[in-house]
Design a protein around this ligand. Structure first.
Ligand code: AMP
Length: 123
């Protein structure tokens, strides 16, 4: 599996607005925010997609959600609510092949992602 831009953020060879870091995970602001608050939580271990999560990675993936919840609490949007999304492969809209949890907050968010409008535009 080849390097992605997130490896460079992990090893600090490119800059990011880092919000949290520990031995297992890193959280940083998304460079192209899709909500008033939009950051990513990633494992330091390189796992390409959800399909590549092994049995041994289960705790690590749970840790990403824990980090998201800690930051939601710290930044004051936990009770208001937020969205977490992990895209997988082409149809999921994944563009960086190192798993990452999107955390979106700050305004009510739309649902569902496969809306009637989108269905019609794809027909
Ligand atoms: P996805 O499309 O689910 O794979 O999400 C990849 C996300 O990474 C997108 O929301 C991008 O805006 C974000 N992204 C790409 N490069 C960077 C970067 N250098 N720093 C922060 N976020 C990035």
């Amino acid at each position: 599996m080849s390097d992605t831009i997130f490896d460079k953020i992990i090893d600090k060879s490119i800059a990011a607005d880092i919000l949290y870091e520990d031995d297992l995970a890193l959280a940083f602001a998304d460079i192209n925010p899709q909500a008033p608050v939009h950051f990513l939580v990633i494992p330091k271990k390189r796992i390409a997609t959800i399909n590549d999560i092994s049995k041994d990675d289960r705790e690590l993936v749970g840790h990403l959600y824990w980090v998201a919840a800690q930051l939601a609490d710290q930044k004051g949007f936990a009770s208001e609510g937020f969205r977490t999304v992990m895209n997988c492969n082409e149809f999921g809209g994944q563009s960086v092949y190192h798993i990452h949890l999107h955390v979106l907050a700050g305004k009510p968010l739309g649902w569902p992602p496969y809306s009637d409008e989108l269905k019609e535009s794809l027909e």
